[in-house]
Design a protein around this ligand. Sequence first.
Ligand code: UD1
Length: 373
Amino acid sequence: MTQVLCVAGARPNFMKIAPVMAALADTGIAAQLLHTGQHYDAAMSDSFFSDLGIPPPDHHLEVGSGSHAVQTAEVMRRFEPVLDRVQPRAVLVVGDVNSTIACALVAAKRGVRVIHVEAGLRSYDRSMPEEINRVLTDQISDLLFITEKSALANLAREGIDPARVEFVGNVMIDTLYRNLERAVPASRTLGGALPEYAVLTLHRPSNVDDPATLAALLGVVGEISRTLPVVMPLHPRTRGSIEKFGLSDGLDGLHVLPPVGYLEMLGLMRDARLVLTDSGGIQEETTALGVPCLTLRENTERPITLDEGTNTLVGASPDAIRAAFEDVMGGGGKAGRIPEYWDGRAAMRIAHTLQGWLPAVKGVRALSATRAA
Ligand code: UD1
């Protein structure tokens, strides 16, 4: 009998689910993996399965892209019959993407327990779709595993019983340590060595969906690239925006790459002078690698990367980005330290907790009705 049905759907989920699946297998917990298909390009999905040795999914929903409503609804519609067939004791979701809330919501409404890995992070910015996914997923989760202690206070503020919350550390950093030696050297990915370079990633709707904001960002990055070469693996959303807004000239002078695999990205970050990003995960990975990170957002849901790590919150204004860049080049980049429990053993802590918790789950929770109407 499958005890835990694990869910992954989008690129940032795969490096989180990999160590969880491995730890469940090591501790003898019967698990299955479901891929929603939110991300589907080989470079956004399949390459992570092969690079990270994730077992092929037992179920694939093949939902693809769509508006938030369509994508979330499609995952829900296709997930429910699988859940009914598998009848796990619990559904385990990671992170904050649309697949996370969609599957958590279906499970909760079916009375199946929900486990959320990477719970409690808050940007306090509800214009971010991920923030809505985080708040709602946590509200309907039975067991919440957190990566940093700021999450405890966030969850307490929302009335979540601390008895359901456990600080285990960061499963994404488990994956980073496990694969660091296999990281592809930057010189190989770039087809030749660059003495020093910056890595840039951009994909947040707030940065790439508005033409003026995206043009200003590419403008300042273009300036930076005249001092320090800039390597930019281009997310499909960002590529789409650049084409739609006619901003392709803004890429002149940058080392633009297609989306790169996990081991290539790890090597690019490790060997970089600094990283500029609007990603959540990269703020954490650069902290673990000790590489200065300039975050091109107004807020972060990962404050420990600012307090203890190498991250600086810069925002998206060209003046602020220019000043922060010059500061790092002048030797002002943060050295940082590794946060508590970011030690490569987070997934094992989760599995050990589940060994004690799962046997106490007796079937599904009684619901007043199994049909909405
Ligand atoms: C999603 C997540 C975001 C995460 C990001 C990482 C949500 C709300 N957002 O954003 O939190 O940081 O993934 O990548 O869940 N596309 C492709 N190929 C793919 C996937 C997408 O070409 O394999 C294109 C499509 O045009 C699509 C667009 O990218 O419309 C956006 O994809 P989507 O999954 O909607 O959101 P992301 O921006 O990737």
